[in-house]
Design a protein around this ligand. Structure first.
Ligand SMILES: O=C[C@H](O)COP(=O)(O)O
Length: 313
């Protein structure tokens, strides 16, 4: 069923992208994530700094610290606390889970072989929490077969993942093989829906043109992905507010134009990931339309401490 409706949808998306300057215009019309906006408005460092320009530096930093404390809980709930390095040890995964529980992050994001380990540590946590496990699939290149991605997805969900972050097939997308890409994403979305897990699709923006970013986002929306996600953090670049805005406007356009086929509930969200260095970056992504952040610097984002791992970009 996915494949049949998907083929028609892929043609429609291709035509729409070809017709396309509309997407650039649509990028200016990003629908606001009201929750994220409300939070950002309340936590706008620059506005606060301007208002308080006449105050002493000590007073300003006290106020900023207080604002940060008030809103760090909201920010934490939008963070997938991420550890995807090949050399991550079991002790590192345990630390990741401990930090996620302590700060109230949305999920821990790990490679599929670490899902069961992370789920075990989270289940054993003494403090009550609702931290989930997010597993990456086809990571980081997205170049394995569709069957492999679907099997890895099922395996990860059965091991305890409540969310899947799959990587799109970038080469097929750049070859214009819309049907291939659509079926590849649809296969993973279908496993997620059957097993009641969320599905995010990483499009690896740093390797795509703006047209490809828009087309990929629309395809993902059409087959029912819950999120489109900017980056793996393992390629040549990470998230930018401009890409987030383009992706948000593209998924919104897809849902508006092709609503009978698009995501259940109508809203497809954007996850910004890769190279988010500090709170300014994080809030810029939220203002641009992201509602989730993937970062290996979650603790420093909510505490204001210097990150242990420098950005790779
Ligand atoms: O999916 C998330 C990324 O791998 C995180 O990238 P980062 O280490 O630059 O924060």
């Amino acid at each position: 069923m996915w494949a049949r409706s998907g083929t028609r949808a892929a043609r429609a998306v291709a035509a729409s992208v070809a017709a396309g300057a509309g997407l650039a215009v649509a990028a200016q019309q990003t629908r606001e994530d009201k929750g994220a906006w409300a939070m950002c408005e309340a936590y706008d460092f620059r506005a606060e700094s301007q208002k308080l320009a006449s105050s002493s530096l000590a007073r300003v930093s006290k106020i900023v610290a207080k604002l940060q404390e008030q809103h760090s809980g909201d920010l934490a709930k939008r963070i997938d606390h991420t550890l995807l390095k090949a050399e991550a040890t079991v002790a590192d995964i345990e630390k990741l889970c401990r930090e996620a529980v302590q700060h109230g992050f949305k999920t821990v994001c790990v490679n599929s072989s670490n899902v069961k380990t992370a789920a075990g540590f989270l289940a054993a946590a003494e403090k009550p929490h609702d931290v989930g496990v997010c597993a990456v699939v086809g990571f980081p290149l997205g170049a394995c077969t569709t069957e492999t991605k679907a099997a890895e997805t099922e395996d990860a969900i059965r091991a305890g993942a409540s969310e899947i972050d799959m990587v799109i097939n970038v080469g097929r997308l750049k070859s214009g093989e819309w049907d291939y890409v659509l079926r590849d994403v649809a296969a993973v979305v279908s496993v997620c829906k059957r097993l009641d897990a969320g599905c995010k699709v990483i499009i690896e923006t740093c390797l795509l043109t703006d047209e490809e970013k828009a087309a990929a986002s629309m395809l993902c929306a059409l087959v029912g992905a819950d999120f489109v996600k900017t980056s793996t953090g393992f390629s040549t670049g990470g998230a930018t507010p401009e890409d987030v805005a383009l992706m948000k406007s593209s998924v919104t356009a897809a849902v508006d134009r092709f609503s009978p086929l698009a995501a259940k509930g109508g809203e497809v969200q954007v996850k910004a990931s890769g190279g988010i260095k500090g709170t300014d970056d994080a809030y810029a992504m939220l203002r641009a339309g992201a509602s989730r952040l993937g970062t290996s610097r979650g603790v420093s984002l909510v505490t204001g401490e210097t990150p242990a791992s420098p950005s790779s970009y």
